[in-house]
Write a new protein. Sequence first.
Length: 401
Amino acid sequence: MSKKNHDEPKEEVSEPLSEWQKRNKEYLEKKAQEEASKQKELEEEEAKEAEDSIEGGEIAEETEEDDSFYEEEETEYLEDDSSKPELETELSEKERKKLEKLQKKAEKEAAKVHISRIHIYRALPVLLGSGLIFLLSVYFLTPLATIKTIKFSGNQMVSQEDLLKSSKIDEKDYTLTTFINGGNHIRNMKASSPWINNLEMAYQFPITFQVKVKEYGVLAYLHEGGQYYPILTNGQVISDPTAADSLPETHISIEFSDKKLIKEFALQIEKVPASVKKNIKTVQLTPSKVTPDLVTLTMHDGNKVLVPISHIAKKLPYYKGIQSQLEEDVPSVVDMEAGIFSYVEGAQNESSSSDEEKQKTEEEPTGQQTEQAAEQVTESQEEEPAEPQNSTENPVNNENR
């Protein structure tokens, strides 16, 4: 009996494994291999990036917990070999669910792609551009985008309010759009007033616009209907009259209203030296049959100059040399219509009523006088620059007009 009892356990050990135990054994071996491969991958990831190692550690812990839980269940299943065949079906279902769960986790780990640094560098321009667009959007939504200061300098005849109104710059306009449309604003201001010669608008960070205004000067005044209208250096006549008590002590008074001739006069007189220009008192249109644009310039020294408007820049600079040769306190006329000669005012009419001999006698001093004037012209050319004159343009004319 004792021998039989001693042999019975050996038979139990040599008993073949059940179908479930075989599957369980295969699963454990497979799982051990998977864990070894996972452990190797985790070690590689830990060497590359600390962040991936942390995530891998969390996943490993979860896997270990699941494995420990599953091992506990397995031990229970192994101990309960004498359970009924009905329980084997339930255990296989649980086993299948665990396998599916582990497979899903393995797929998730495989789906995780390591982001290398080169991809981060490539993404930086996109991130920076997006951040800049975001900041600009916030800026344009705030009142700071419309705050701007406009300063004017150099304007005397045109007020800042008129310039700002004509520029069409609105308070609600953005600072950026005001800068972009600066050319249009300058054109609007320049077209608003004939006084404006030139405009420059410069932007000063962050909100200041500096506008420099250059205005035309006043060349003369048009005397018409008892009113004085300013004539600018470009020949433009201002429609707003200037009060008589506001006129400067020395100014040029224009006595004709032909706008075309006034503009031509302004262009010509700008080339005349200031010393001669300041001596002009009035300008009257006295056309002749030969010269329709002939004007008479009355000077502050009492003399008169006859000169075509088209020849003012060429001939009038010679008046400074001729003036010194004229008699003091005796009004004289300097005729520059055809050539350049001078005579005492009123003497021309007297000579026309006398005979030829008397006329020749009276014209001798005048001829000598114009010769001296011509010499003085040459000296004046050396003292003050003027346009070159041909010798044929300044003949000594002894004939009476």
